[in-house]
Design a protein around this ligand. Structure first.
Ligand SMILES: Nc1ncnc2c1ncn2[C@@H]1O[C@H](COP(=O)(O)OP(=O)(O)OP(=O)(O)O)[C@@H](O)[C@H]1O
Ligand SMILES: [Mg+2]
Length: 295
């Protein structure tokens, strides 16, 4: 039994050898996986960068051309004898284009402040429907234009959260705008807010739109990333809305989750921590907005 006695006398050295072989294999596998995901990330970043340059120049040039073109028409009105209504219509187009340009610039500033960790919230106690309702009301017309049914339901027993109303509106305006924008005619968008067991409120924006694959969701949450960001793109935007929304939710101590199925629809779920002591009875303590009369 030479083999037997040999095995019995060196079991620990065999085990060591085996462990080191296994360790080496695991290490090589990990290095391979890390290299592979680094390569995929680099490819994704480079694709997003080229699409960003193409989209951004479109997003900046279109309103600038509108501003230049229509202000030129107004300046030449003596020669063209434009009517007063025509001049007013031109001024409105310039105003719209300038507003769009400002929104794009604000988004770029927001994302760079967020990325450098310099973004500050102006938080106060705020009830969920205080920031959610104006977002839904403000987008009713956009939904009507897109022939999409927009509905909302809020649990009105929800207590308050500590949040920056302006920034929370920015989050939900983007999410609801996306839901409307990426839902074909005849579809639905539903906004709900309900309490969650662990002292959090769950706000969901669900649509029956085009949906995204897992890979497309990764692109969508990357700054400037747009699914189908190429020249055939059928919807406008800069691709900053979702990453800003996610970062703002995280700055509020919240969670941000996207569930989506291609061709079926998308649901974005935001969970925010509630202030347990705050109840609807304390609502009168919330500051009254300037310009509004207290009831
Ligand atoms: N509800 C949705 N359904 C399907 N695709 C979506 C949805 N929301 C976002 N996406 C995809 O994710 C991309 C990124 O969204 P994001 O809001 O960041 O940018 P955007 O809407 O294109 O532009 P903007 O900066 O004006 O918001 C979109 O371009 C779209 O391809
Ligand atoms: Mg958007």
């Amino acid at each position: 039994m030479i083999n037997g006695s040999y095995n019995q006398s060196r079991p620990s050295s065999l085990m060591n050898e085996y462990a080191s072989l296994l360790g080496g294999a695991v290490l090589r596998h990990r290095t391979h996986v890390a290299e592979h995901s680094a390569r995929i990330e680099a490819e994704l970043a480079s694709r997003i960068k080229s699409e960003f340059i193409a989209n951004m120049s479109h997003e900046l040039r279109t309103p600038l051309n509108t501003i230049i073109g229509f202000s030129k028409l107004i300046a030449q009105q003596d020669h063209r004898s434009a009517s007063r209504d025509e001049v007013i219509a031109h001024a409105h187009l310039i105003q719209d284009a300038a507003g769009h340009l400002l929104a794009v610039i604000n988004d770029i500033l927001d994302i760079s402040k967020i990325q450098s960790g310099k973004f500050a919230l102006n938080s106060r106690e705020v009830f969920v429907d205080e920031f959610l309702e104006p977002c839904v009301h403000g987008l009713v017309l956009a939904a009507k234009d897109a022939k999409v049914t927009l509905t909302c339901s809020f649990d009105d027993t929800l207590s308050a959260i500590l949040g920056d109303t302006v920034k929370l509106r920015q989050v939900f305006i983007n999410l609801i705008t996306n839901a409307i924008k990426f839902t074909p005619e005849g579809g639905t968008v539903t906004v709900t807010a309900r309490p969650h067991v662990r002292g959090r409120v769950l706000i969901s924006v669900r649509d029956s739109g085009v949906g995204m694959t897992e890979e497309e969701i990764q692109v969508a949450v990357t700054p400037f990333g747009q699914v189908d960001g190429g020249r055939n793109r059928w919807r406008e935007g800069t691709g900053l809305g979702l990453p800003i929304a996610r970062a703002l939710v995280q700055l509020h101590g919240g969670d941000f989750e996207i569930k989506s199925e291609k061709g079926v629809g998308t649901e974005v779920i935001v969970s925010l921590p509630l202030i347990v002591e705050a109840s609807k009875d304390q609502r009168s303590k919330a500051p009254v907005l300037v310009g509004q009369t207290a009831p």
